[in-house]
Design a protein around this ligand. Sequence first.
Ligand code: X2X
Length: 338
Amino acid sequence: SSRYLPRLTAALAGVAVVSLSLSVSSSVQARELSVSTVLSDAFPWGQAAEKWAELVAERSDGELTLRVYPNSQLVNGDQTREFSAMRSGLIDAAVGSTINWSPQVPELNLFSLPFFMPDVEAVDAVTGGAAGESVFAAIESRGVVPLAWGENGFRQLSNSQGPIDAPEDLEGLKIRVVGSPLFQDTFTALGANPTQMSWADAKPALTTGAVDGQENPLSVFDVARIDQVGQEYLTLWNYMNDPLVFAVNQQVWDSLSAEERTVLREAAEEAGAWEIAMTREQEPERLAAIKERGVTVTELDEAQHQAFVEATESVHDEWVPRIGSEIVEAARADMQGE
Ligand code: X2X
């Protein structure tokens, strides 16, 4: 194929063009993989992918490079098609959210079970434990090789209407949710009126008032300046954490040398650990900046928290069987340090 043409041409042309053919063939041999992300490098998520690319280029001496395509552009903005596109080979790799891949990998809904993982220690116990391994196995069984974890963060609730500290406050509010069915159920259980749309459509919908609220981590709220489109009320309810997964298409993975695989995996692990630490470290400054800009921030006391837990119990009843009760039980055991 055309990939070998320059070398063939050079061979036919003989010694006179040896130096030219060397430079051409080395640039032809260098391999570039496409990496999809939903958020750009203005956000920790996009920075995670850039860090991965930087480390891979460095360690492979430029023989293997990753080109990051942010804003879900490789799937025309439809982030819930990212996993399928990676599985089919349309995209070589991605740093993607468990939420966006869950329509194809139901086990990933584990992380979206409302009020299941209370804090970062619980999240780390699950991603680093037996449940995390099962989740990675579930991804792998669907034609994609998972390499490492990252983190979008705990998702917090914002709206334009008023402070929310009880499920009743959500009554009738139109809330933008991602296109993953569990979210529809959670916000329906809370009495809200959820509307599924991509991130690309979310900000316009908030701007026009087509929706009253949304949920995203503090980093996304802060960087995207969600308060400037009328989202003046923010509830810190830590209802779920949104981990990211660094992953590569199976055929692409199989086509790499053992050294290249090691470089890709180790770089993903390092980029992921770096991004998780950074995201968590930045949260207090981000919250301060958000308050500074005039957002009313609501925190829940124990009784208020409990009311949300009870209001969303039906979501667990509905979704635990779809996720697989073994994985949910393994996650419970991981969190209890068993
Ligand atoms: O769409 C969202 O809310 C975002 C950017 O957080 C995800 O892709 C899950």
